[in-house]
Design a protein around this ligand. Structure first.
Ligand SMILES: C[S@@+](CC[C@H](N)C(=O)[O-])C[C@H]1O[C@@H](n2cnc3c(N)ncnc32)[C@H](O)[C@@H]1O
Length: 300
């Protein structure tokens, strides 16, 4: 698996770890109209697996990555990616002060907390995992500062009014884990006000072709970039983790078909002083291959 920050399990060796090679088939037509394909995992199954995974992994995830992400600070921090790009420096969301902003897949909400602390009028953080959201509540504690509203829900069905946000963001939250990515783009377009921005960071799609290995093995393209079969893990026959791949073209089509405009695709470079290896992320790979893609869009 290759979520950022990575979950720390075994390196991704193939696109499915299904028992006995059996892969559940999505029989229902996808809400986005994309045809169901053998080996695909549907939206409900994906959500159940993600809720299970992120509830179980919340403590470990924060022990490993909380320092880098600023999760323990009540006022949070907004880091877009392992290359360390901060919203405070790049301003991809535009002006924050007085704005209504939604974060999708907020986890313990370091980004949503940072937006609230930096003058946004109303911030909502949505995540599917109570375990992850509980960490936000613990970090905020009795701090008197401004805080986001936290909602447990799936990005597949945002329980929010249409035309209610000036900006929507996601830093490696939800998008790699949902089955119907086009449906999520449509949901985001629905809740955005005209002129509003939608910025999300994900694993760079090229990474799909490589094993999650920080060393030289991780530089050899071994898996098909074109294979959209999701990466899965099972425990006692139960789906416990799923990650969905989209090519660059798929992502652009999802955005455009939702009626959004793609303004930029940012591929941050590995920082010169970034010498630390983060499980599958390493300077060796970072200097040769992009790790992250940040899609910057707006609703006309
Ligand atoms: C890699 S974490 C990133 C969290 C946060 N953005 C951060 O930087 O710490 C991915 C998050 O996406 C959430 N997630 C996964 N599937 C989701 C879904 N369908 N809807 C909403 N959130 C989801 C997980 O619960 C998890 O908190």
């Amino acid at each position: 698996m290759s979520a950022f920050p990575p979950s720390g399990d075994a390196p991704r060796q193939a696109h499915s770890a299904s028992p006995a090679g059996e892969v559940p088939v999505d029989a229902a037509p996808s809400p986005s109209g994309r045809p169901a394909v053998a080996g695909m995992i549907d939206a409900g199954e994906s959500d159940r697996a993600s809720r299970f995974w992120w509830d179980s992994d919340a403590e470990d995830y924060h022990r490993r990555h909380g320092g880098f992400l600023g999760t323990d600070r009540p006022e949070g921090d907004f880091v877009w990616c392992p290359e360390g790009l901060r919203e405070a420096d790049v301003g991809l969301l535009g002006p924050i002060e007085g704005r209504d902003i939604l974060e999708v897949g907020c986890g313990s909400a370091p980004c949503a907390r940072w937006l609230a602390a930096n003058g946004a009028r109303r911030v909502v953080g949505i995540d599917i995992s109570a375990g992850m959201l509980g960490r936000a509540v613990a970090a905020i504690g009795a701090s008197p500062g401004p805080r986001p509203y936290l909602v447990q829900a799936s990005a597949q069905h945002l329980p929010l009014a249409s035309n209610s946000f000036d900006a929507v963001c996601s830093a490696f939250g939800a998008i790699p884990f949902v089955a119907d990515t086009a449906g999520v783009m449509a949901e985001v377009a629905r809740v955005l006000r005209p002129g509003g921005r939608w910025v999300f960071s994900v694993n760079h799609p090229f990474r799909w072709a490589f094993l999650d290995d920080p060393g030289p093995e991780g530089l050899i393209a071994t898996l098909s970039y074109f294979d959209r079969t999701p990466y899965t893990e099972y425990e006692d026959g139960r789906l416990t983790y799923v990650e969905h791949h989209r090519t660059v073209g798929d992502r652009i089509r999802d955005i455009v078909s939702a009626g959004l405009v793609l303004d930029d695709l940012i591929e941050p470079e590995w920082p010169e002083d970034g010498e630390t290896s983060w499980e599958q992320w390493s300077p060796l790979r970072g200097q040769l291959l992009p790790a992250t893609a940040i899609f910057v869009c707006h609703k006309p």
